[in-house]
Design a protein around this ligand. Structure first.
Ligand code: EPZ
Length: 422
């Protein structure tokens, strides 16, 4: 008997009201990993209460750090680490734990992780991480599914990333902060979460310049002292809620957001006919539910259209008048939501990494499967605009990126229920 794990959505109700956007998962994860670099206590605030955060807390504890976690505050004391091998079971629960290698190697001269597998959105290679760590002087020994890195002391180096990888930029930035000499990371990723990680580390005594731009310069220091940090708002959650308001119709105010982190998304929403007003840390989204197709949406590294909002935005395009073309240039398998949207009556044809979305007047509710956190969110949003009832199964995927998405939407008047039985 399959455990109940569903989000049930009744379509057709406009959204009204205000909702606060929680802290960014993809800033909190590297910042918690970076606490291993610190010879003191770190207190991190506005950490979202998500499955992946709980796995990261478990990993830090397994390594010997003492961690107090009372959402949204995490307090880490990594002065007494007892081991530098990340337990395989925990690695398997979250592939992005790969960026624990940098801090462990930098502070303790050793890191051993099981090679992360791929996932539903692609093979997720880590060659850029390993090439960068080797350039910093680490030995890399890969066998039996494990990666073992050793370095007496890392030395600064000039590193060029063939792809502006977010994780590789973060891993190598963290590895460099305690290295001897200066490291330059060329073609670095520019996501706001990378600038947030650098802000955190610089507050503790690191010397990082250019984070958030395509060249990051890190001057190694002897050690980092403890300190406090508050995570930036989650731009992907903000974008998801804005798309929900656009699809359901109504008027929604998003609080605790950074509109400037959503430039490409706001442009595309406005092209689709959505009214958006921005303030310093709020966004007001108005829609009558009548949406127009957007000629071309191409995902790209920041500041391009974020791949993490490709699925939610495709849900919007599936009920927008006209033909839209969506190109997914970042991951090779990120169209798993297409089949499920078509079960709801969407008219989408995929050719390799391009989807042709012919808008339909209305979707119809159906039983659909979430395959990853963003595809799952897209199906909930499609349910808001559909006629009848939509049941999104495997809803646990959504909990990895959204803190109680059903509650956030219910707070705006949506008829959404969470049915889960562990
Ligand atoms: C981060 O993943 C995010 N995760 C992802 O969010 C996000 O989709 C992705 O960046 C892109 O923005 C976290 O921050 C925890 P990448 P990451 O390395 O770092 C290739 C979500 O939904 N690549 O920037 O793994 C890779 O194949 C998640 O919250 C290499 O070729 O992404 C991909 O095509 C999903 N070699 C491209 O770079 C490498 O060594 C971008 O990947 C590393 C990556």
């Amino acid at each position: 008997m399959k455990a109940l794990d569903q989000i049930v959505v009744e379509g057709g109700t406009p959204l009204r009201g205000a909702v606060r956007v929680h802290g960014a998962k993809n800033a909190a994860l590297p910042i918690l990993a970076a606490s291993l670099l610190v010879d003191g206590v770190c207190v991190v605030d506005d950490v979202p209460d998500l499955q992946d955060i709980r796995v990261m807390v478990d990993i830090l504890r397994a390594l010997g750090a003492s961690v107090e976690y009372s959402p949204p505050v995490v307090r880490v004391d990594a002065r007494r680490i007892s081991q530098t091998e990340v337990p395989e079971e925990l690695m398997r629960r979250m592939r992005s734990s790969i960026f624990l290698m940098g801090p462990l190697l930098a502070r303790y001269g050793h890191a051993r992780v099981s090679r992360p597998g791929g996932c539903t959105i692609g093979s997720r290679p880590i060659d850029l991480h390993l090439k960068g760590l080797a350039a910093l002087g680490s030995s890399i020994d890969e066998r039996h599914g494990y990666i073992d890195c050793r370095a007496r002391r890392l030395r600064g180096a000039a590193i060029y990333l063939d792809t502006p990888s977010v994780g590789a930029t973060e891993n190598l930035m963290m590895a460099s902060v305690l290295a001897e000499g200066t490291t330059v990371i060329g073609n670095a990723a520019r996501e706001p979460e990378i600038a947030d990680l650098a802000d955190f580390l610089n507050r503790l005594g690191a010397r990082i310049e250019g984070a958030g731009e395509d060249t990051v310069v890190i001057s190694g220091v002897q050690s980092l002292a403890g300190g406090r940090h508050t995570i930036i708002p989650d731009r992907i959650v903000a974008g998801t809620l804005a798309i929900a308001a656009a699809m359901a119709g109504g008027e929604v105010t998003l609080e605790h957001v950074r509109p400037r982190h959503l430039g490409a998304v706001l442009t595309k929403l406005r092209e689709a006919g959505v009214e958006i007003e921005v303030g310093r840390d709020i966004m007001r989204v108005r829609s009558d539910g009548e949406l127009s197709a957007v000629e071309q949406v191409r995902t790209a590294p920041y500041p391009g259209f974020p791949t993490d909002l490709q699925a939610p935005f495709m849900a919007l395009l599936s009920v927008a008048r006209g033909m839209s073309i969506v190109s997914e240039t970042v991951f090779e398998e990120r169209f798993k939501h297409v089949g499920e949207l078509c079960r709801m009556g969407a008219n989408i044809r995929v050719d390799l990494r391009t989807a042709f979305v012919q808008g339909v007047p209305r979707l119809t509710g159906a039983v659909v499967q979430a395959s990853d956190l963003r595809a799952g969110a897209a199906l909930v949003l499609a349910g808001l605009a559909a006629k009848g009832t939509t049941v999104v199964e495997q809803a646990h995927h959504i909990d990895r990126g959204y803190e109680r998405l059903d509650e956030m939407l219910r707070g705006l008047g949506a008829r959404v229920r969470r049915l889960s039985q562990s």
